[in-house]
Design a binder for this molecule. Sequence first.
Ligand code: F6P
Length: 628
Amino acid sequence: MDCAQDSRQSGTESGTVVGEVPVTELSNPLSIDIDTVSPECIAKTLHACDKEIFEGWGTSAGFHDTSIIDTINKVVTAISDVVQTPSKGCVVISGCGTSGRLAYLTSRRFNKFLRSQGKEECFKYIISGDNDALYSSVELAEDDPREGAKRLKEVVEGKARVVFIGVTCGLSAPFVAGQLDMCLSDLDTFTPVLLGFNHTRQARKTEMKHLNKTFHEVVKEMRKAEQEEKAFILNPIVGPEPVAGSSRMKSGTTTKILLEILSFLGITHLESPLCLGAPRLVQMYQDVCETVYRQAESLGSLAFMAKESLRNHRHLYYLGCGALGLLGIIDASECRPTYGASFDDIRGFVYGGIDGLDSRPISSALSTDDFDKEIIPKLDANDTVIIFGEEMLQRVNQRLFSCPCKRAFVTFITDKETSSTLRDKVNNSNFDLVITMDICSASDFPWLHEPQETLNKQRDRKSSGEMSLPVPPNAQTQTSENTEIQLKSLLTQLAREAAMKWTVNSTSTGAYIQLGKVYRNLMVDVRVSNAKLFYRACGIVKDICNIEEADSRSLLLRSIYGTDILSDAQTSSNTVNHIIAASETDKVVPTAIVMGLCHCPVQQARSLLDTQPNLSAVLKDFQSQTLS
Ligand code: F6P
């Protein structure tokens, strides 16, 4: 594939659903050979796929779909009602894996903003697997609808009005289904909102334990309630992931954008001093996306450094302050289920440790103090440390600069003044790579620099969609200049965070692709750690080995149980038992694929992978042998 291929070219076949595979699980035609191209080209391919977030996919207009903007505005109205009386109500955002981590990040960010305004916090988050799932994968918790409902009940105790936003990119997580189901049974208290990126007809149709209905049935009930505007479904179709099923990427980014737009407009609804509507905010994120990927060559170099560290069985460390540090932690946490990585391969650290948590405990070393104590003394020449943001650069332990490791600095500058002082500081430090992303220059965000007068005029442009939020006539006088400055600074923060997410996602994804953890655009070392991942693994084995579903399942089970002849007990056991057994075994999917392609026993497949851990290379060797 030409790495600079325009994302629109995938549109012809993609507007309709290909087979029964949901959009979020499809293979993206734009990234079909992402495993064969240079690191820079990997970044360009990620860019092509990310563009679909903004340009739509096939016949779907994505964010520009008028019904999506309309739904956004309705949810905003519901949120702003709650924000006004926080003692009575709250906004709960919930999800599993990355979706739950972004729920936390959003609630943290907007509660912080409300506090800075002297207002009461009103955002709450729920993540399946509790706070430890913020930095490590606790995938099995996703399969429990009862636990989801139980957590929701605890969180909303004493509240009479609740906007519940359940995020499940694939419209599939039972944990979220249990919560939506609970909301639907009490629509006087709850306004449930489902956020995901598949067509509703593609919602998961397998029975859920303890709920006696499928996700698809829950969605149907949501649709019914939506007709009376008592529930909402927000599902812009943004196209398949660059690595099939890796919903931390595009779906995660779209989740972040949507949650932030809803929250930003929800808390400014009545004041609206910046007069920005959803389309204008989407434009901001699109500008950031372009700015980040303009540096595809540098992103490729970053991914190459990361790959070299991991290839040498060493580590990649991200350091950052505030949300930048948290986004590093979030990126690292997803590599385990997606690429079969170990917890120590990639780790993130945040200055001052994780804040904004609910009262539930967290049990890991995640602050840059921990990094200083535990990691710095052990760094070696093959480790890579990436410092994100000038705030972190100012606070980093100077001992780092005398360590033998590789160092990179990535900064998302937001004004020219910072950039010149920064340059001096960077020049005096000792970096192998420096990347400066001017994400907030006047050319990228003209509206941030527009005088209030211009903004007032924009408010009157009713036709443009972006002005569709009602603004009271005296809004201008109600809001202080101070609030306006704080809102602009909030938007700048959000822009930096988006840039950070794209940067770390492309670093880790690029590294694991180069390490052979992706074949074509399939994650071939996915950990089989919950039902969704079990079925995804079956599909991957089926596709690559070109066999029937029953055969792929049998290969997967043989790999899980390390046997060539499955016992009756193993064959008839339920998915949960398979998942528990799989959690104790490495390289489950690669072993099954090698067995299927080479028609060899499980032990032979395992030893083949011991000598050549790069599955993509094994598969390519195999392919060229069969062709010759
Ligand atoms: O099960 C693992 C996982 O796929 C994560 O990678 C993802 O972030 C999480 O599930 C949530 O998925 P969804 O948002 O589709 O429910």
